[in-house]
Ligand binder design. Structure first.
Ligand SMILES: Nc1ncnc2c1ncn2[C@@H]1O[C@H](COP(=O)(O)OP(=O)(O)OP(=O)(O)O)[C@@H](O)[C@H]1O
Ligand SMILES: [Mg+2]
Length: 282
């Protein structure tokens, strides 16, 4: 439904038809002085329908973050085209972004960090306050609104970053290893939170992770990347709403896990730059 409208006309609405993310023959080259040109993303075609949750896995340096930054419009392709809802991406509140290192503003309180994402949208201060409080409550941090990022644990900061990404009720959520620096139990709790939030708002999600388990627990589809290309595109038909502890017990989970992990392991062992090159199978 929103496919045909430019992003500026879509502000302020609550996740209507959702928006698809599309890559048409997209390539991105980086020039580095020591290595020469690097083809970070190479002729990628990828069609992500509205509301789908897609995880991207693959060895370090294979182009996952570049793919995400292309989808946000932070960088532009050298060849091909990226569209969100039929239009080139424009960074802003319509696209929620969560990075591994949180990127919170240290001199703003927790509540102000979240509210910042709502500035410039023509909302009243009371509306901004209400939405901010609702999203802090969603991530269990309502009581921490007046604190500053430095006073929070890593897991709490990551939840602030999640609230900030979601407060604009984006149709599209781009997440680059958002839980990588969290301890194991916080990570599992955050995965459950994200699943619950996704069930409620149904944004289209592109989620980069190094964890095959995390990809399978969260996503409808897992993309395996290698050297700038898509190697595999695997459908995950585990039931929704998904409970991680239930999903882990299924035969499909272990089969897919084995399949994807073997593929990634082979890629890493055959990559001369990986540091594991040539290591024999144990
Ligand atoms: N701004 C840049 N300038 C030069 N080279 C870059 C730049 N950004 C990325 N690259 C190169 O592009 C390739 C892909 O990088 P990218 O960050 O997308 O990989 P990644 O899959 O996200 O890796 P990781 O899992 O380690 O985060 C790498 O070889 C990287 O060195
Ligand atoms: Mg990366």
């Amino acid at each position: 439904m929103s496919e045909g409208k430019p992003p500026a006309q879509q502000k302020g609405r609550f996740n209507p038809g959702g928006r698809a993310i599309r890559f048409y023959g997209v390539s991105k080259l980086f020039n580095a002085p020591t290595t020469g040109p690097i083809s970070a993303v190479n002729a990628i075609d990828l069609d992500i329908p509205a509301h789908q949750f897609v995880a991207v896995v693959g060895p370090s340096g294979c182009g996952k973050s570049t793919l995400l930054r292309l989808a946000d419009g932070l960088i532009t392709p050298d060849q091909g085209e990226v569209t969100i809802g039929g239009h080139p991406p424009v960074p802003g509140p319509d696209i929620g972004l969560v990075f591994q290192n949180f990127r919170l503003i240290p001199w703003r309180s927790v509540a102000d960090n979240v509210a910042f994402a709502l500035q410039g949208q023509g909302l009243s201060q009371s509306e901004i306050g209400l939405r901010t409080a609702a999203h802090l409550e969603q991530v269990g941090l309502l009581r921490w609104g007046a604190h500053y990022p430095a006073q929070l644990s890593g897991g709490m900061r990551q939840r602030v970053a999640l609230a900030r990404a979601l407060v604009g009720q984006p149709d599209v959520l781009l997440m680059d290893e958002p839980f990588a620096s969290l301890d194991a139990q916080t990570r599992e709790l955050m995965q459950e939170d994200l699943l619950a939030l996704w069930e409620r708002q149904r944004p289209t999600v592109l989620f980069v992770t190094h964890s095959v388990d995390e990809a399978l627990l969260l996503a409808d589809r897992v993309i395996v990347m290698s050297a700038g290309s898509i190697l595999e595109d695997i459908r995950v038909d585990l039931p929704r709403p998904r409970r991680p502890e239930v999903a882990r017990q299924t035969a499909e989970f272990s089969t897919l896990r084995g399949q994807i992990w073997t593929r990634i392991r082979d890629l890493v062992l055959s990559d001369p730059n990986s540091g594991f090159f040539g290591r024999d199978a144990l």
